[in-house]
Design a protein around this ligand. Sequence first.
Ligand SMILES: Cc1cc2nc3c(=O)[nH]c(=O)nc-3n(C[C@H](O)[C@H](O)[C@H](O)COP(=O)(O)O)c2cc1C
Length: 372
Amino acid sequence: MADLSVTVAGLTFRNPVLTAAGPTSRDGATLMRAAAGGAGGLVTKTVSTRPAEVPRPNMAALEPGAGGLRKGLLNAELWSELPVERWLESEYRAALSTGLTVVASIGYTPEEVTALAPRVVETGVHALEFSTHYVGGHAEIARALRDAVDVPIFAKLSPHVDVVATARAVEEYVDGIVAVNTYGPCLRIDIETATPVLGGPGGRGWMSGSALRPIALRCVADIALAVDIPVVGVGGVTTGEDAIEFFMAGASAVQVCTAAVTYGDGVYGRIAQQISDWLDSHGYDSVDDIRGAALEHLDRGVTLSPPPRVDMELCTLCGLCARTCVYGAVLVDREAHELRIDPGRCQACGMCISVCPHRALGGVTMATHEDR
Ligand SMILES: Cc1cc2nc3c(=O)[nH]c(=O)nc-3n(C[C@H](O)[C@H](O)[C@H](O)COP(=O)(O)O)c2cc1C
């Protein structure tokens, strides 16, 4: 069985699925529930020098209904509503009582983080993560923190900054990068009342969950290619396969927030189990075996692929490929038990390959422009 434990910036986590700063890490009790739900390590809600005054409502599914939440959510939450004294007295201690590695998130200005950091570290937390979501100035904050404490420091980046330039600017001061925070600002409107669904300024909010994942994945890969310190991926991780994608893009671990809102505390252990199953079924011993596996393929030129080939051993004739083929090139022949691709119509756009739940449609080794 694969060994799921990972060491990131000198910190050991029992598995690579950590909590993320958010409502699912908002206090000691919540963190203890996450640990019981199988989290590999605990990242706590961002704490600042004063409690946040949070607008209400501050969370909304990306689209109405439970299905909308599966796509992601918008939030107008800020940092912790608890005073820092409460965290120092009891909440970090509760998190540490789980025996897991605890990373305390703090924010936001250089003055605030340097005032907070030594007091937070004194509680015994193992590392700090700083968020610059609202203020920018990453390098200045990183330098101030480096001078203030000697535990590992993670810089958490937002997807709307130049993540490569920012990662390079903080690299000499921090031990790892966390990518990414929520994307925005974004907006949703309740069409029955013509009012924004969130209570933040101007009704604006920040997007997380599945819809954020491709953005987060691109950021992780860009950062992993640019710096030599570890990267922790966060943004839409919902299944073990999502996490595997992040590892292949160079992440050493992942954090999970929205999926824990959507599916509850058990999601961390479930994702960890799915990672373990995937590694086992593909003959890998650990996450290290696949970390960064995709990076060497990310600097290739434009690819031009021929029409897909069909594996009738795997095809169930479900017809999803035909329904999503805008060129009308896929024919499902149930009588002959055959799926046919019309080479005259097929544009090799790749949609059928991406939607097939059974991997019955395969790309052929890609040729680049340079190779032709
Ligand atoms: C309601 C909510 C509150 C959040 N609060 C924080 C926070 O206090 N500090 C922080 O760095 N990130 C915060 N985040 C961002 C998450 O930690 C994470 O980076 C982002 O949601 C993407 O991951 P996900 O798709 O798994 O949710 C928050 C996210 C949500 C949805």
